[in-house]
Design a binder for this molecule. Structure first.
Ligand SMILES: [Zn+2]
Length: 133
């Protein structure tokens, strides 16, 4: 635990407190660290990884259909790799990459783009995880 200065009243408070004990300011809104959840569609089959696109570190590894949960310290540019390497992720459409922030929930889905059967992977922010996708 560390002490930080409340931006509202200027007094010392714990960086873990949800609200300032002196003035009630919502300190949690200042936080940039925490968990991110990405539901990987169960329509995809196989192993899946979430990468930090800058450091190329694996943030999560699992199987499609699962919810990827990982912690970040700051807004992070991530890529979801299903069936491709992290280097291939640089070449696939933007849909598989996004900048995520702590506390956010996302979905990675596969959707047909046309009547003719084209497929596209989409990463989009959601309010709550839909386990049915
Ligand atoms: Zn305060």
């Amino acid at each position: 635990m560390a002490l930080i200065k409340c931006p509202e009243c200027g007094q010392q408070v714990s960086d873990r407190a949800a609200n300032c004990i002196h003035c009630g300011f919502p300190l949690s809104s200042l936080r940039t660290d925490g968990e991110v959840m990405i539901k990987i569609s169960s329509k995809l089959q196989g192993r899946c990884k979430v990468y930090d696109m800058n450091s190329r570190k694996v943030l999560w590894e699992g199987t499609t259909g699962e919810v990827a949960v990982f912690s970040i310290n700051e807004p992070t540019w991530v890529g979801v790799a299903w069936g491709v390497s992290v280097d291939r992720l640089d070449k696939v459409p933007d849909a598989c990459r996004a900048t995520v922030k702590a506390g956010e929930k996302w979905e990675m889905t596969m959707e047909s783009t046309s009547f003719w059967g084209g497929m596209e992977y989409k990463l989009r922010r959601v309010d709550s995880i839909n386990s049915g996708i």
